[in-house]
Design a protein around this ligand. Sequence first.
Ligand SMILES: Nc1ncnc2c1ncn2[C@@H]1O[C@H](COP(=O)(O)OP(=O)(O)OP(=O)(O)O)[C@@H](O)[C@H]1O
Ligand SMILES: [Mg+2]
Length: 300
Amino acid sequence: MTGSEKLEEDDVPPETTTEDLLRLGDIASGSEQPPAAQPEAPVVFDVRDLSVFYGSFRAVRNVDFEIHQHQVTAFIGPSGCGKTTVLRSFNRMHDLTEGARVEGTLNYHGIDLYGADVNAVEVRRRIGMVFQKPNPFPKSIYDNVAYGPKLAGAKRSELDDIVQRSLEQAALWDEVKDRLKKSALGLSGGQQQRLCIARTVAVEPEVILMDEPCSALDPIATGRIEDLMDEIKAQYTIIIVTHNMQQAARVSDRCAFFTTEVNEQSDTRTGILVEFDATEKMFSNPSDERTENYVTGRFG
Ligand SMILES: Nc1ncnc2c1ncn2[C@@H]1O[C@H](COP(=O)(O)OP(=O)(O)OP(=O)(O)O)[C@@H](O)[C@H]1O
Ligand SMILES: [Mg+2]
């Protein structure tokens, strides 16, 4: 069973209290929105001094930045610098990894995501995730998309519409509308990845986290997913991890460059955030030499 399947299976929220849902419900209605740092793009996540540990190993340290609404933010940097680790902290995926621990503050619309009274299952519904390797369930195309909404209590009569709308949003509807009851495992890799995006948007999250979603796809499927991000970002806030610099430059509004800091004395390697800025600036006139070396291909 993959991590996300486990997540979906665990999605029946026995411990969800009305109070918890109401607490997060206030976010959806916008009734308790804090003042925006930038009027044109309110802050969704405010990250302060974030460190992530696996047991006693500090994988990433002291990360500070803000993620803005209806923008695409790209995480770039060499392998092992902690991009996935940081991404997974945004929807509490580390809760599912034994020994993983998050320190610092990660505020979502002003609420501490790791607060004792915040429900992790509801967090993962609002903040969805698409993994590097497409991981459809061994079910029909229809059932893959309907799975989350069913768990969330959608009525049978609503499901057809939800499935169609989600597949349309993921730019897959035309290719699968005549084979909805066929197994999702019969789809191509690029189609499976778009199905996973449809499955994620079906539960109407506010944020979509994508960990190298195009790494196994050909340029055509990659182009489709990039176009898709551009189309849906008016509705969602997207964070994407990518090793493809052209992709980061094409799709993102802001960019975070991470690297690995090596401490020779203690022989430890820790991920750090080197620079975070508007993508245009990061690619044309970065402030840090390490960023410049990376984006121009002189490193990594
Ligand atoms: N579950 C885990 N347990 C222990 N260490 C881990 C775990 N997951 C990641 N790490 C370590 O944390 C560091 C950061 O890993 P991470 O997967 O976040 O890097 P990344 O930037 O996403 O790399 P890549 O580009 O190769 O995907 C690495 O040193 C990695 O070995
Ligand atoms: Mg990774």
